[in-house]
Write a protein of this length. Sequence first.
Length: 250
Amino acid sequence: MAMSNQSLDGKSALVTGGARRVGRGIALALAEAGADVALTYRTSHAEAVETASDIESLGRRALAVECDVRSEASVRAAIAAVVGRFGRLDLLVNNAAVFESAQLDSLTLAQWDAVFETNARGPFLVAREALPHLRASKTREGRIVNIGSLGGMKAWAGHAHYCASKAALHMLTQAMAKAFAPEVSVNCVAPGWIEIGGDDAGQAKHFADKTPMRRNGSVEDVAQAVLFFAAGPHFVTGQVLAVDGGLGLG
């Protein structure tokens, strides 16, 4: 999966929510590029162990850490465990997120808060705790890649709280880019419709037909975009990159 010119040899990375789906794909791509990779999980213990094992089979060190990104104490303990295992942290990928469909006129406060505390507060907490280690990166090129969404750029009436949380993450990316420079670059990958096992076939076809590239995105598409920000020019910062095949063009 890793592009040949994107080497992360000798570096260490943390992928939140890296046990399965897109997070797993990102974690494996980083390992294939040469990084030691830690991943966090909240409930997917078996999947996390499997992903960590797959990373080790690539010849890299791996660590699966239980972490609730909504909790300050849990995040702090997870970062300490990662640095304790690898001795450094060069890259953070804020991938952990929740997605929910709900009509805005009947949306409850609990639903709103549940999405925001994971999708917006979580990346803030993890980045804040990781920052001293990213700034101390031996290459002096610490990096953060947030996983946003096309929903943070386009309004989806049935997902208002999700869209608002991802829009907040996009803005947080730009604020972090200014606040954490020059030692740390901060960018965001915003996927459109990404096909994952178990998708509704009719809905998948609907989005593929609307996409100029005439297909839906893959986990590999997202992982390659993350790799660009992880191993490309450190001078690139504050960017939100849509990985949507042109779906957001209307």
